[in-house]
Design a protein around this ligand. Structure first.
Ligand SMILES: [Zn+2]
Length: 541
């Protein structure tokens, strides 16, 4: 009896080698090999690669064993097929990310792709996926297909003796795996613990929280408050902040005339768009532990706060994501009294409208704004979203590769097109400011986040968004410019506030733009939100 049970058990344990060996090999290649490649490519750590390979071999064996138990055979074959299909997609993504970005494909990159539309994804492909990666992936797919084809022609499975030896090897591998059990953190299992926290309500208005505000005595609200949300603007590429190329000539002139004030030491809440915008436009603060009990959209949004103060809210957006269900920007835009999505309406597939459309469209509305009312206007720019060279018309192609002789050859095209996009941004922001200069207006400009722009010494060829899982990359990706424009009329009517703004320009304070609502509340004379003194979180304090 005991011998019989052992016999059955032995046969089951041998089945991955005797019946499903080709699945085991293909699964190992597609679902797990990237975890090994990572150690070879990024850290060049052979020991880590070896222990991870053992771990991956164990995982592949266990998966093959479990799937081998499925009956009937047709169902088992289907499960195997589906799993291999998913593994193949996962392999393509991971292989690309490891070779090019030096990171694993994760929730962060998934969000980046989710929040771009198909056209932006195409731009990303053309800008950042080298041919050799695509060719290698195709070669590996062809090899896998060849293995599978071979297995249908001849018996690919192992014989009884070899299978017993292989089982012995697995026992050894599992023992090694248990000895250095921490290796699971480098393998496929760890990936399942990373589930993105990304939750956007279909209608932010449903969550209006009706905040209680208290105001300064004899407060006078400025007529217009404008927030310009830029895109992917790295502070160190702005001549307002000492960059050696004149990327911000118009804004620098305004600064020299004392109508524009730059703040230093400002960072964004995240290096990616959706999370940054979520945190900038609501009083939810992801780093605040006490903010864990509620969803972000259950906190008052900046739009709601402005509406409580009597402001009519307008949104002019030039980002395609604003029109889709997957952008936090879209939720805020819909919370406004009126909104315009200029980049992509209806079925239009292009993403090539330059940001000047924000001026061209809003001009007629700004001209007609009633002086009886207060207005809160948000511009959401496409700014320097990759692909950089698609963000400016050819008249703004001022910087060329020749201007970057000190930089490596393979960085020059990107650097020049990036700086041209910053130069064009300067022009558009200057034109927006121009629309408000005769009125009592205060304008705040900040991008959603910065860009790494080849500054990460651990990954010198990387230029895009900062990365959550690399502290240096993250810090570079959230380093942003931040400035306030005050019209002559505003300056005349708010001398006290102007003193505070000038003081902050001369005395920088480390501040995160997730506190933007507190700064704007401070700016317009609010003292408390639901009993909370807003001053400590304002950049001016
Ligand atoms: Zn962004």
């Amino acid at each position: 009896m005991v011998i019989k049970i052992l016999n059955i058990l032995g046969n089951i344990l041998l089945r991955p080698f005797r019946e499903h060996f080709v699945f085991l090999i293909i699964f190992f290649i597609l679902a797990t090999s990237c975890y090994i490649i990572r150690h070879l490519v990024i850290e060049i750590n052979l020991i880590a690669a070896f222990t991870t390979a053992i771990h991956c071999f164990n995982i592949s064996y266990i998966v093959t064993l479990l799937i081998g138990l499925i009956r009937p055979n047709a169902l088992r074959n289907t499960v195997q097929g589906v799993l291999i299909a998913f593994a193949a997609i996962d392999f393509a993504l991971n292989f690309y990310c490891i070779c090019q970005l030096k990171y694993f494909f994760d929730a962060d990159i998934a969000l980046l792709i989710l929040e771009t539309d198909s056209n932006e994804a195409r731009e990303f492909v053309s800008a950042m996926i080298p041919k050799w990666i695509v060719l290698t992936e195709i070669a590996i797919y062809l090899f896998v297909l060849f293995l599978w084809w071979l297995s249908t022609r001849s018996n690919f499975n192992l014989g009884k003796k070899t299978s017993i030896m292989a089982l012995g090897l697995i026992v050894l591998c599992i023992a090694v795996n248990l000895y250095c059990w921490n290796v699971w953190r480098d393998g496929p299992i760890a990936r399942f613990s990373e589930i993105p926290q990304y939750d956007i309500p279909s209608d932010l208005n449903t969550y209006y929280s009706h905040p209680q505000l208290s105001f300064k005595e004899n407060n006078h609200f400025p007529d217009n408050v404008v927030v310009i949300i830029g895109e992917s603007f790295a502070r160190n590429h702005s001549s307002l902040y000492g960059y050696d190329k004149l990327t911000n000539p118009r804004l620098t002139e305004l600064k020299n005339n004392s109508s524009l004030f730059t703040f230093d030491s400002i960072s964004s809440p995240a290096p990616t768009t959706a999370i940054s915008i979520r945190d900038m436009l609501s009083i939810f603060n992801q780093s605040d532990e006490s903010n864990k009990e509620k969803k972000w959209y259950e906190y008052p949004s900046l739009i709601e706060l402005m509406q409580v103060c009597g402001y009519d809210c307008y949104w002019f957006g030039n980002q395609a994501c604003a029109n889709k269900n997957n952008g936090t920007a879209r939720s805020f835009a819909y919370a406004c009294d009126r909104r315009w999505f200029l980049q992509k309406e209806g079925v239009e597939e292009t993403n090539d409208r330059y940001d000047i459309i924000l001026v061209d469209t809003s001009y007629q509305y700004i001209k007609m704004l009633s002086s009886e009312k207060n207005h809160f206007i948000i511009y959401h720019m496409l700014g320097s979203h990759f692909n950089y060279r698609m963000r400016y018309p050819k008249e703004f192609a001022i910087f060329t590769e020749n201007d970057y002789q000190k930089d490596p050859q393979n960085h020059r095209e990107i650097l020049s097109s990036y700086d041209n996009s910053i130069l064009y941004n300067d022009y558009v922001v200057g034109r927006i400011i121009n629309m408000f200069k005769e009125t009592e207006s205060v304008i705040i400009y900040l991008p959603d986040h910065g860009q790494v722009m080849y500054r990460n010494s651990n990954n010198p060829d990387y230029y895009a968004h900062g990365r959550d899982n690399d502290p240096l990359s993250f810090a570079l990706g959230i380093d942003i410019p931040f400035f306030v424009y005050a019209s002559p009329l505003y300056q005349q009517k708010h001398p006290e506030m102007m003193e505070r703004i000038k003081y902050r320009q001369d005395n920088p304070k480390t501040w995160n733009s997730d506190n933007l609502p507190y700064f704007i509340m401070d700016l317009i004379g609010v003292k408390e939100i639901n009993g909370e003194n807003i001053k400590p979180k304002s950049v001016l304090n």
